[in-house]
Design a protein around this ligand. Structure first.
Ligand code: FNR
Length: 371
């Protein structure tokens, strides 16, 4: 189909499935075990309903916002997803370019197919990028990556904490991953690995399962970038992250790719807001400690629900992979344009002319467990 016939983010997935190489489709679309969590990620948003307000002047709607103090045209960011070149020869560059065009922030993955410097070099002046970090067993390597990122102007370090071992993604494991094309993984530090069990397992053996709370002080000593833990899944850990001086947490289950039966990010968001309010007196959204959510976000209404519940912004992963795998950068441009159009209309229908007007009273989240 023509790009102009694509009406929503789900459409990109349907088309990508038809046109992508099997290996790439398996890696991008797969999730852990019985794939219950990946379904729940999207389904959880179906349990939240709107309470729109009427007779507010919504002639002009402005859904721009900030993330860690940096401007974004809408409260979303492109989250980190590995191995961008499996889906398209330009890999993550498609995301960098589309992010510039639409004024949104890209999180660069440790396991990008393009090199880190290539992605930073491709950014426009003033374009904000974050880095997702997998922590290497060799802390000298990690230190080098972190300090290099800071010197290149990266504005936030998202340390992935939900992957001490990569989850079992059977759809992916049925494909034999052969990185015969070295371009597929850029310097991942993954020599001597088992290539017989899918892409994920082949690239992940350097990740340190020994990473623990005691390491956070060290991260603070080697960088001034804001530190965010990506993959927090209960309020107890969000509270600990706050107490340890993190700048925020991403409530995420890694797109359902790690622990199957992990709860959805938006469900965890509800309980985090309750407990951080109760135990530390925090109000959300909060400038000093920001809550992010990812997983299963496919519509601006999903984003608006998370914002209403207290999130600063929401990460979106697979839809952008699918859109460039099928249509290159133009696909990502179109996906972002669709989200903008959805934002404009839904904010209007909700009676919220700005993001600040999206308040908890605008949703009925009583079907989420917030305790
Ligand atoms: C991911 N994700 C991920 N996260 C991370 O911290 N480091 C990584 O290298 C990757 N790689 C990766 C590859 C692919 C193909 C996917 C789909 C996901 C997880 C990602 O950042 C995010 O948590 C989820 O993708 C969000 O869910 P949706 O939007 O894909 O449903």
């Amino acid at each position: 189909p023509l790009l102009s016939e694509i009406l929503n983010l789900h459409d990109f997935e349907s088309i990508a499935k038809l046109v992508m190489p099997d290996k790439a489709w398996a890696y991008y679309s797969s999730a852990a075990d019985d794939e219950i969590t990946i379904r729940e990620n999207h389904a959880a948003y179906h349990r939240i309903w709107f309470r729109p307000r009427i007779l507010r002047d919504v002639t002009k709607v402005d859904f721009s916002s900030t993330i860690l103090g940096h401007k974004t045209s809408m409260p979303i960011y492109i989250t980190a997803t590995a191995l961008g070149k499996l889906g398209h020869p330009d890999g993550e560059l498609n995301l960098t370019r589309a992010a510039a065009k639409h004024g949104v922030i890209q999180m660069i993955p440790t396991l990008a197919s393009c090199s880190f410097d290539e992605l930073v070099d491709a950014a426009q002046p003033g374009q904000v990028q974050f880095l997702q970090l997998y922590v290497n067993k060799d802390r000298e390597i990690t230190k080098r990556i972190v300090q290099h990122a800071e010197s290149r102007g990266i504005k936030g370090l998202f340390i992935t904490v939900d992957a001490p071992q990569l989850g079992r993604r059977e759809k992916d494991m049925r494909q034999k991953f052969e990185a015969e094309d070295p371009a597929e993984v850029s310097k991942s530090g993954s020599d001597g690995v088992d290539r017989t069990q899918g892409a994920a397992r082949a690239i992940s053996s350097f990740i340190d399962p020994g990473l623990n709370w005691g390491d956070l002080k060290w991260f603070k000593s080697i960088t001034k970038m804001p530190l965010i833990l990506k993959g927090v899944q209960c309020w107890e850990d969000a509270l600990e992250a706050y107490d340890q001086g993190m700048a925020g947490v991403v409530l995420s289950n890694h797109g359902g790719r790690q622990l199957d039966f992990a709860r959805s990010g938006v469900e965890v968001l509800a309980e985090c807001v309750t407990h951080l309010k109760e135990k530390r007196g925090l109000k959300f959204p909060n400038e000093k400690f920001q809550l992010f959510v990812d997983g299963g976000v496919r519509r601006a209404t999903d984003v608006i629900k998370a914002i209403a519940l207290g999130a600063t912004a929401v990460g979106i992963g697979r839809p952008f992979l699918y859109s460039y795998s099928a249509y290159g950068q133009e696909g990502v441009d179109q996906a972002l344009q669709i989200l903008r159009d959805e934002f404009e209309m839904n904010m209007r229908l909700l009676g919220a002319p700005t993001i600040k007007d999206v308040v908890p009273e605008m949703v009925d989240a009583s079907n989420l467990n917030s305790h």
